[in-house]
Ligand binder design. Structure first.
Ligand code: HEM
Ligand SMILES: *[C@@H]1O[C@H](CO)[C@@H](O)[C@H](O)[C@H]1NC(C)=O
Ligand SMILES: *[C@@H]1O[C@H](CO)[C@@H](O)[C@H](O)[C@H]1NC(C)=O
Length: 510
């Protein structure tokens, strides 16, 4: 009798049913019996990371976050949104201080930054607050403003080439894809300042070996797999995969490996970041192990592990340069004002950092670009600490809950930036100094606190010089006036597809 019954049960179906019941049970528990149950959020987010993955695939996490912050949260009079069964996003501006500037560890999501595989840890992939502080100190010298300024002549070289290439296109009257050119510039500058070698994109005038476009695949991988950090070791991060060159972005690695190799062969090595990091190692061998050096840049011309970061450093700068040009077309008053300021300043042929760093209108236009088109479109996640948990913005969170802050959401808070927070208005930064200082506290384009961007001095210098040069020497308009650009957000929100016509304002080689 029993045997007969057993015979009739379809084993695969029974297995499927069991799995389904287990999953449903977990889902119900997560949705209704979790300490986060009362926090509003999208349906699928209440029991899984499906909602987050879906918006990564749709490439617009930043838009979804904004929608919720202006719709869902306000409607429910809350400052918390549940993004998954274990993650809560906070739109209250106080989260800048209470989450990002606290000593909470970064969420596991960051572990995906150990590239090319898990043997190479670096500051970005490191999630523990203490460990991070130590590592960051070891590489900070390379990124400091004083070191970056030493590299200014090399940025000038790249900018000169950028201008020559633009002038050729301007002279021929063809339309110009500014997104590509600023991307080449940003990449070459990162190469120059890290290992004394530009990638040669500006000179070639195209994406050599598609190494830039190939990075898009890596970006999607990073954004997605970050949610399953345990899987990283089995996929990309698996040392075997590294060994057999199966990285999706191997071309990017190749490009930088070749550059590093050339650097080690060149007679004059200058004080680039690699040199500084190596000095640090020689002086304090106890403080860094060899893998960290490898991770910090590259010793001996071997694989450069931080290439993803270089890509990130280039994309982010490119975002701001583009936003600056795009949004000034839509704020003609600020454009007129900034042009007047730059013309008044009689800058050097390649504007210097010293000449440009304190021009108020230029600074205002750049700040507004950081605010309205924040390069990092992702949430910055931290973890509620063990064993006590944490109280943030008036609510207690148990240990292990991920608390995240979206720079896009913070940058559009009306309570901080005014009722026109949704639109570009560079002049909000001019006039009332106290207000500007108040707003500045909530500007988190570079992150803030211990996990903030070490590349910001370099980025800011490059952006000041490039924007000043563009404003002084060129006028531009979109080929299709008023056309809205396109961008996708994996980690960075890099725009493309908005060709412009450019005109020289001054004589060539003036
Ligand atoms: C406009 C330009 C840039 C923006 C908006 C930007 C923004 C950011 C943000 C938001 C983070 C993460 C902070 C967090 O997790 O809380 C970050 C990390 C980082 N950025 Fe940037 N970045 C820019 C340019 C650069 C450049 C030019 C470089 C290097 C040449 C660079 C190198 C890095 C590195 C190495 C990290 C990892 C920090 C760590 O180890 O934790 N960034 N950046
Ligand atoms: C660098 O090269 C030297 C000599 O070839 C070698 O002894 C050393 O282990 C290498 N270091 C790294 C970090 O690869
Ligand atoms: C430019 O210089 C003129 C004359 O000195 C001055 O009136 C004007 O305010 C300046 N413009 C800006 C934006 O600094």
């Amino acid at each position: 009798m029993g045997g007969e019954l057993l015979g009739r049960i379809d084993i695969p179906k029974a297995t499927a049913a069991t799995i389904l019941i287990v999953f449903l049970g977990a889902a119900v528990r997560r949705r209704y019996y979790s300490p986060l149950s009362d926090i509003p959020g999208p349906f699928f987010a209440s029991f899984s990371v499906i909602w987050q993955l879906w918006h990564i695939i749709k490439c617009h996490t930043e838009a979804a976050m904004r929608e919720m912050a202006t719709g869902l949260t306000r409607q429910l009079a809350g400052k918390f949104v549940r993004l998954s069964h274990k993650e809560v996003s906070i739109s209250d501006p106080a989260a800048v201080r209470e989450v990002l500037q606290s000593q909470m560890d970064k969420a596991n999501w960051y572990k995906v930054f150990s590239m090319p595989d898990s043997r190479y840890e670096n500051t970005m992939s490191e999630t523990s607050y203490k460990e991070m502080n130590r590592r960051t100190r070891n590489v900070a010298a390379g990124y400091s403003l004083s070191n970056v300024i030493k590299g200014e002549p090399y940025i000038d070289k790249a900018l000169g080439l950028f201008q020559t290439q633009l002038d050729r296109r301007v002279a021929s009257g063809s339309s110009i894809e500014l997104d590509k050119w600023v991307n080449y510039l940003a990449f070459d500058v990162v190469g120059e300042s890290t290992f004394s070698k530009s990638f040669g994109f500006l000179e070639a005038g195209h994406d050599i070996g598609n190494s830039i476009s190939n990075q898009y695949k890596l970006r999607l991988y990073i954004a997605l797999i970050g949610h399953f950090s345990w899987a990283h070791d089995y996929l990309l991060a698996n040392p075997l995969i590294g060994h057999f060159n199966l990285q999706p972005s191997m071309h990017v690695f190749d490009t930088s490996m070749a550059a590093v190799k050339k650097r080690s062969e060149s007679v004059e090595t200058r004080n680039d970041m690699i040199e500084l990091w190596q000095q640090q190692y020689r002086n304090h061998p106890d403080r860094m192990d060899e893998k960290e050096i490898l991770a910090a840049a590259v010793a001996n011309g071997s694989a450069d592990v931080d290439i993803f970061k270089m890509g990130a450093g280039a994309d982010t700068v490119s975002c701001i340069l583009q936003a600056f040009c795009y949004y000034l077309l839509r704020d003609t008053e600020s454009l007129k004002l900034v042009r007047e300021e730059i013309d008044n300043a009689s800058l050097s042929p390649i504007p210097s950092y010293e000449e440009t760093r304190e021009l108020p209108v230029l600074s205002a236009c750049i700040k507004e670009s950081y605010r309205i088109h924040t390069p990092v479109g992702f949430n910055l996640p931290r973890v509620s600490p063990s064993p006590d948990g944490v109280t943030v913005c008036g609510r207690y969170f148990a240990p292990g809950v991920i608390l995240s802050v979206s720079p896009w959401v913070i940058h559009r808070q009306q309570s901080v930036f005014g009722s026109d927070a949704e639109s570009y208005n560079a002049q909000r930064w001019l006039g009332d100094k106290d207000r500007a200082i108040q707003m500045e506290k909530y500007m988190i384009a570079f992150g803030t606190g211990y996990g903030s961007c070490p590349g910001r001095s370099l980025a800011h210098m490059e952006i000041l010089k490039t924007t000043a040069l563009l404003i002084r020497d060129y006028e531009w308009e979109q080929v299709t006036k008023g056309q809205v650009w396109t961008f996708e957000t994996y980690f960075t929100s890099i725009p493309y597809n908005w060709p412009v016509k450019m005109r020289r304002r001054r004589k060539f080689n003036a």
